[in-house]
Design a protein around this ligand. Structure first.
Ligand SMILES: *[C@@H]1O[C@H](CO)[C@@H](O)[C@H](O)[C@H]1NC(C)=O
Ligand SMILES: *[C@@H]1O[C@H](CO)[C@@H](O)[C@H](O)[C@H]1NC(C)=O
Length: 297
């Protein structure tokens, strides 16, 4: 009897692993990205830089953006070494509408169309020294929201005509803090929740229009980028962050894969991000309480 229960348990476990792998790998065909026309924003460092290298290795044609031109030159040189069919940079500030226009226009002129728009850039809170207790600083909030929310909408709107023609995809890089509210991050959670709201509506409207354009929301946990680790330090969870943060290189590949298989949402790492997001949706007070513990004890 006991043996049978054990066997059943093993079968259930085995099946779960197989199903898990199926959803994780999701029939991803790396060859599907050879020659794909891609725009990735925010590529001077972190996850954006790693995505640029992965797309290059997979033989895509890529336009990358960031503000620092010297860094972009280095990234583009490495992308060419790695096998990118084309690697072009646009140095610009996505907070400026003309730079957004220049980015999408570059893809149009150089590639004649677009298959993937990967929105990843991030205007940081460095000028405030990192995350902070909300202090009513509206000038900061307007600037932050412009770069981290409005520009995402602007770039997607500019790219949609090309994406509709190619049956393309928009990939929006978001965060666990776009699903649960984070203490000291009101400005950040505000922008990231807004992305979920806007792009989830847009997804429905595209279906209504029978436009074959998919939207992938990538909900990321803590990744070991310089920006995230500095933020963790400011709010005093540096040690926890060092143990739990995942590599930007792996996160970048997970995002690319989820876009390529036209997944609705990516939770990465699933085991941490999905349960917390779900808990917030079902028991928001419980999650608030859990979050406060790390600051109150
Ligand atoms: C895009 O998808 C539509 C169906 O939704 C199909 O008829 C069309 O041929 C596809 N176009 C391209 C460029 O793949
Ligand atoms: C939408 O486009 C994708 C990618 O080109 C294609 O695989 C899929 O079959 C299309 N869906 C429909 C409903 O035509």
């Amino acid at each position: 009897m006991l043996q049978m229960a054990g066997r059943t348990w093993l079968i259930v476990l085995g099946a779960s692993i197989v199903i898990g792998c199926y959803f994780y790998l999701g029939g991803f065909d790396p060859e599907s990205l050879r020659g794909a026309r891609v725009v990735v924003t925010g590529c001077s460092s972190g996850i954006g830089e790693q995505m640029a290298y992965h797309y290059a290795r997979l033989g895509a044609k890529v336009v990358i953006t960031a503000r620092r031109e010297a860094r972009l030159k280095e990234v583009v040189a490495k992308m060419k070494d790695l096998g990118a069919q084309e690697a072009i940079y646009v140095a610009g500030d996505m907070g400026k509408s003309e730079d957004c226009e220049r980015t999408i226009q570059t893809a149009k002129e150089k590639f004649g169309g677009l298959d993937y728009l990967v929105l990843n850039h991030m205007g940081s809170s460095y000028n405030k020294g990192g995350p902070f207790l909300w202090d009513g600083d509206m000038a900061f909030l307007e600037d932050f929201t412009n770069i981290n929310y409005l520009s995402y909408v602007r770039l997607a709107s500019l790219a949609l005509p090309m994406l509709e023609q190619s049956n393309g995809s928009v990939v929006v890089v978001s965060s666990l803090l776009g699903k649960i509210a984070g203490t000291f991050g009101s400005f950040y959670s505000g922008a990231k929740f807004a992305l979920d709201g806007f792009f989830s509506s847009l997804r429905q409207e595209l279906q209504l229009k029978k436009a074959n354009v998919t939207i992938t929301l990538a909900v990321l946990g803590l990744i070991d980028t310089e920006l995230s680790m500095n933020s963790a330090k400011v709010i005093g969870i540096e040690n926890l962050a060092k143990i739990t943060a995942l590599s930007a290189e792996d996160a970048a590949m997970a995002i690319i894969r989820s876009g390529a298989v036209r997944q609705r949402e990516l939770y990465y790492p699933w085991s941490m991000v999905w349960p917390l997001s779900t808990l917030r949706a079902l028991f928001p007070q419980l999650l608030d309480w859990m979050e406060m513990q790390k600051f109150l004890i």
